[in-house]
Design a protein around this ligand. Sequence first.
Ligand SMILES: Nc1ncnc2c1ncn2[C@@H]1O[C@H](COP(=O)(O)OP(=O)(O)OP(=O)(O)O)[C@@H](O)[C@H]1O
Length: 364
Amino acid sequence: MASRLISEMGLPKSIANVFAARSIKTAKDALSLTEFDLMELADMGLAEVTSALAHISERVSPPYQTALSLLEQRIQNEQLAGHLPTGLKGLDEALFGGIPFGVITELVGPAGIGKTQFCLKLSLLASLPTRHGGLDAQVIYIDVESKFSSKRLIEIGAQSFPEIFYTRGMAQEMAGRILVLRPASLAEFTESLQQIKLLLLERRVKLLVIDSMAALTSGEFEHGASKINPLGWHISFLKIPIVVTNQVRSQSSDDTWRYNFQVGTRHRDLEDTSKYDSQLIAALGIHWAHAVTIRLILETISGERFIKVAKSPMSPALAFPFSITSSGISLLNDDGIEVVGQEISTIHCDGDYLIIKLDPQMPQ
Ligand SMILES: Nc1ncnc2c1ncn2[C@@H]1O[C@H](COP(=O)(O)OP(=O)(O)OP(=O)(O)O)[C@@H](O)[C@H]1O
């Protein structure tokens, strides 16, 4: 930096010429002199010398950013990265715009609570034309348990956006944007990641749904959870919203995995919480839990369904009551109910509940 030539620094030509004539050629030459030395040597006034030195100093000092410019940059990056609005106003507000791009959002909850219904709605929203609030994009839907229903998708679309779905050819066009893959194993899915990467480049994919991650990885736990980590690592490279569904399960004494809330004996199991709490984890384990940036818990309390923002770097811990109708998932209240203490790591299902170890730091 100090050896940079003054002639290349954009000083007024008259001053640059005087400096050159006095053999003041580099930044070091000029900055090693005091202002008075320079005034004498170049036969210039104080104002001219001060301004020339300030100009040279600015050109040779290392680049810097102010806190303000860093903040502005961050806001701009976030806006560029964007969000996929869920269409659930209160939840979108809590998530600062919806499901964020470039991170993994997990939907956790018992069977039948509405995780797939949520994913269908998100898929529709991503494929919707931008003038109707969508992303006008393609969706990759990993349907591991064959629960994806194109009939239900069209029903939700026709009920929620009748003006679009009753326009000739629009239902077909939007359904055609949702690419459904049915990998039989984690290995098959990992292989198809390459194909997904190609699709990302070739088409305008702006949502990846994996329904369900637990089913995709079933059997992997027998060999340890190690394979799940590279998967999280792989998909976190995709700079699009990644939504995965997950269930909660416990490990019984015979080492077999069993989903809670799906078995008749669940209440008995939960009575002895000291025995079971230590074994209850989000399906896929603690390593996967860390790969997830946003976690939404879907649960039922006294027959009412709630969606809870259980993990988010920025959002408040809020729960929103919701219902599922022919038009899909919708909130009953946009204000949200504040969730305090351990409730945030608890999944309710009617009378039963699980305290889950989603994060080691969480108070249990
Ligand atoms: N046409 C419809 N009208 C109203 N509600 C519906 C309709 N279709 C589905 N549902 C609701 O959605 C629920 C099923 O939700 P969903 O399939 O999303 O569950 P899930 O959480 O994905 O379960 P799993 O973990 O077993 O896949 C049903 O119990 C029902 O309440």
